[in-house]
Design a protein around this ligand. Structure first.
Ligand SMILES: NC(=O)c1ccc[n+]([C@@H]2O[C@H](COP(=O)([O-])OP(=O)(O)OC[C@H]3O[C@@H](n4cnc5c(N)ncnc54)[C@H](OP(=O)(O)O)[C@@H]3O)[C@@H](O)[C@H]2O)c1
Length: 340
């Protein structure tokens, strides 16, 4: 039996679709019943039998910090995909992030140990990998994390969660960690997901930025997680990116696929420096949610290039192109958007 956490999220829902399509026995945890509708919607992209496939999943209500509920979820489980996390760059969410991402992962690791699971696959992020001082240098799995750097609250907690997984490996749990770049996939058009970028660009985003980062499709991420789980590979981490692209190039490609105009104006360093401070002030004065933290403002203008050769060599695979991922996600977006 397989257990998937975060099954109601972008990665988890696509992974669940892949696993049940392969007739695997799967359990998944959820927190609120209404979020299960998202999975049905994601499944409906790919098959007319979506209800039948959805009903094959054994759903257990459990929060990552509710140990008794998690204990029930772990019954008869041999393999665990831990995809659940709180994705936020808001500095004032730091303790909530720690609670879900670090302590929640510690709970999953502890239950893997006490239930003697055969393998754990943890979804981390490129945010949990260190940075190179020289932006032309490729970032690899061995690039060292610098705790003194001005890391985002999200990055700190994803790194802390990885530490919990490595502790689990020391206590005998075979594990693999994947570190995806920005994951492109359909169905999640709001919130912190990349789908929100498609929505904003479609609505007519004004500003573009010049930073560079790695992108990967959700289909590649799930495929690789599935392959790693079935391989003999243990206790390794892998960067999952198909291509490194500037935000500017990415925004242009998405705008083209959605048949709208790309953002015209460049948001330079000075503008972003002012913008994050204003964002902070507005949040203090009016209690509004932070949209642009200092660290996020820096990362969207920073050039970071990631090396994907370790996973390509390990599994002898090639990634699908980002152009094809953008085309597919855009088609699903336009289809969903006409129904909204
Ligand atoms: N999306 C990306 O671009 C990206 C890039 C790199 C790495 N990642 C990593 O990939 C993983 C999956 O991301 P995603 O994009 O699928 O995120 P997502 O769409 O935001 O989904 C997050 C999932 O985690 C669940 N969750 C959050 N807090 C929880 C808690 N306290 N207890 C139980 N479940 C909880 C959510 O449940 P609810 O539905 O109840 O909220 C949801 O199912 C995360 O670990 C993320 O850090 C994502």
């Amino acid at each position: 039996m397989i257990l998937v956490t975060g099954g109601t999220g972008l990665v988890g829902s696509h992974l669940l679709y892949q696993l049940v399509s392969e007739n695997k026995q799967v359990k998944a945890i959820y927190r609120r019943a209404h979020t299960l509708e998202r999975i049905k919607h994601v499944f409906s992209y790919y098959t007319k039998n979506h209800k039948e496939l959805f009903n094959k999943i054994e759903w257990i209500e459990a929060d990552l910090n509710n140990i008794p509920a998690l204990e029930l979820a772990f019954k008869d489980v041999a393999y665990v995909y831990h995809c659940a996390a709180f994705v936020s760059f808001e500095p004032n969410k730091y303790y909530q992030l720690r609670n879900i991402n670090i302590e929640g992962t510690a709970n999953i690791v502890n239950l893997c140990i006490s239930n003697k699971v055969k393998k754990l696959c943890y979804v981390s992020s490129i945010a949990a990998i260190g940075n190179e001082a020289n932006s032309d240098h490729l970032i690899t799995e061995s690039t060292e994390w610098n705790p003194e750097a001005d890391n985002s609250v999200y990055a700190i907690t994803k790194y802390g969660a990885e530490m919990e997984v490595w502790r689990g490996t020391q206590e005998g749990i075979p594990a693999v960690i994947v570190n995806p770049g920005i994951i492109l996939g359909p169905g999640y058009w709001k919130g912190g997901s990349s789908g929100n970028l498609f929505r904003l660009i479609h609505k007519g985003l004004t500003y573009r930025t010049s930073g560079t980062t790695g992108y990967v499709s959700v289909w590649d991420v799930c495929d690789i997680m599935n392959k790693l789980m079935h391989s003999d590979i243990i206790n390794e981490r892998y960067i999952l990116i198909s291509e490194n692209l500037s935000f500017n190039e990415f925004q242009k490609k998405v705008a083209k696929a959605l048949n709208v105009k790309p953002p015209k104006k460049e948001a330079g360093r000075l503008m972003l420096e002012i913008a994050w401070r204003l964002d902070w002030l507005v949040s203090k004065l009016f209690g509004k949610r932070r949209k642009l933290s200092k660290q996020l403002a820096k990362s969207i203008r920073t050039k970071t290039v990631y090396d994907n050769s370790k996973i390509k060599d390990a599994l002898q695979i090639e990634f699908n192109s980002i152009d094809s991922a953008i085309d597919q996600v855009s088609k699903y977006y336009l289809n969903d958007n006409t129904k909204l």
